[in-house]
Design a protein around this ligand. Structure first.
Ligand code: NAD
Ligand code: TDX
Length: 342
């Protein structure tokens, strides 16, 4: 595993993975293949050594560029995607193109050159779970979290294209012997996350003097994991995972949105109720929750950044210290949301 391609390596989770590899695996050279969409940012890779990390600006759906790069690689770790549910509800097309055609293009090249492929996916492919208060025993019984046996049931254009991309990978493993693994992770937080997403949107709202915006009643539950723990999990699966297997990645971090928002407000010295309720997301998934037993027991992975309060405080500090990273985009992002009543 000397030469790896990281697609989407200039985005939030991909760039955190590139930092993780550079810091922990000195023998590995990383080629980032990234189209630099609105969500990709060269600055996310600033300061990394040029002899360890190369950025190639290109589209994963461009078969020529993909072929040239994959021919020289030992593995592809595939993060590139259109990743925001709200955008997919406005304009699904780029999601079909990147998440489906892009993934298809990569696995065809990996098949041709027999290159190891790891597909980074989401827990959203499984749809949603009922809120815990609806369940007997408040979440202690079996079947109340997603496992790799949960049937696919995606809700949005985003999650349905991710589900489709997972199924392409599974079919390429079975029909063509592609050496691939899949991971489905829960909601990530940490540095370099685009300010369209929930946690950075609220932090940068407060830093800009704008009241935070909560969709609907805010009871929806997300299972938060620090992006560094996602990186170590992907590395573990890439190096120790069994070909053809799916591993769910999660750190037992369930929180409802109101609780997260109140914690952000508290950590930033604001009154607990200093936010607005805004229009709910159509088809808004109620609850995600991951059972990561397989990854922990079979591959020996465990998360390290499990104190959510400390992780959130560090993330707030990062956005506070790096205003130049997000400030120029803030107005346009908020205008887009405002047009939508959000
Ligand atoms: P992001 O939107 O921050 O970054 C996506 C990156 O992919 C950007 O750098 C963008 O420029 C690049 N990209 C988009 N289309 C491309 C194309 N056609 N060709 C090349 N590059 C392209 O996304 P993220 O939140 O970092 O998510 C990364 C991956 O992790 C995605 O596959 C997503 O489905 C998955 N995931 C995300 C979360 C989460 O909480 N954000 C959770 C689980 C899984
Ligand atoms: O302003 C907001 N107010 C709000 O209440 C925004 C942007 C979101 N929300 C809610 C919607 C969700 O319940 O917060 C929750 C989190 O929203 P997002 O950050 O948009 O994430 P989500 O839709 O849960 O999807 C994320 O996790 C799974 C990533 O964006 C996906 O790429 C990943 O697959």
């Amino acid at each position: 595993m000397k030469n790896i391609i990281v697609t989407g390596g200039a985005g939030f989770i991909g760039s955190n993975f590139v930092h993780y590899v550079v810091n922990n695996h000195p023998e590995v050279h990383v080629t980032v293949l990234d189209k630099l969409t609105y969500a990709g940012n060269k600055a996310n890779l600033a300061g990394l050594p040029a002899d360890r990390v190369e950025l190639v600006v290109g589209d994963i759906a461009d078969a020529k560029i993909v072929d040239e790069l994959v021919a020289k690689a030992d593995a592809v770790v595939h993060y590139a995607a259109e990743s925001h549910n709200d955008n997919s509800l406005k304009d699904p097309y780029p999601f079909v193109e990147t998440n489906l055609i892009g993934t298809y293009t990569l696995i065809e090249a990996c098949r041709k050159y027999d290159v190891r492929f790891h597909h980074v996916s989401t827990d959203e492919v499984y749809g949603d779970l009922p809120l815990r208060k609806d369940l007997p025993g408040h979440g202690d019984g079996p079947g109340e979290k997603f496992t790799d046996k949960t049937p696919y049931n995606p809700s949005s254009p985003y999650s349905s294209t991710k589900a489709g991309s997972d199924l392409l990978v599974k079919a390429w493993v079975r029909s063509f012997g592609l050496r691939a693994t899949i991971s489905n992770c829960s909601n990530n937080y940490g540095p370099y996350q685009h300010i369209e997403k929930f946690i950075p949107r609220q932090i940068t709202n407060i830093l800009s003097g704008i009241r935070p915006k909560l969709y609907g009643d805010g009871k929806n539950v997300r299972d938060w994991i620090h992006t560094n723990d996602h990186s170590s999990a992907v590395w573990t699966i890439l190096t120790k995972g069994e070909i053809g297997e799916t591993y769910l990645i999660g750190a037992d971090g369930e929180q409802d949105n109101i609780t997260v928002l109140e914690l952000i407000l508290e950590l930033m010295g604001q009154p607990k109720d200093a936010y607005d309720h805004v229009k709910d997301r159509p088809g808004h998934d109620l609850r995600y929750a991951i059972d990561s037993t397989k990854l922990r027991e079979e591959l020996g992975w465990k998360p390290q950044f499990t104190n959510f309060r400390d992780g959130l405080a560090a993330t707030i500090q990062w956005y506070t210290d790096n205003r130049e990273w997000w400030e120029a985009e803030k107005q346009a992002v908020e205008q887009k949301y405002a047009k939508n009543g959000q």
